[in-house]
Design a protein. Structure first.
Length: 54
């Protein structure tokens, strides 16, 4: 996995209040994980780019 992919997974796990391991396990087993809303209309890529410019 690339650093960028890990960064995205880390943010998604954090938004779901899970560790990276927990989030990955849920995804692998097909368990639906609903992250907390970041901001209406904001994709994970946009969120990450906003966070890195702060």
């Amino acid at each position: 996995m690339t650093k960028e992919q890990f960064k995205k997974i880390s943010v998604l796990a954090k938004q779901a209040n899970m560790t990276v391991n927990e989030w990955t396990r849920h995804q692998a087993l097909g368990t639906k994980v609903t992250p907390t809303l970041i901001q209406v209309g904001t994709s994970i890529d946009e969120f990450l780019s906003q966070k890195s410019t702060r």
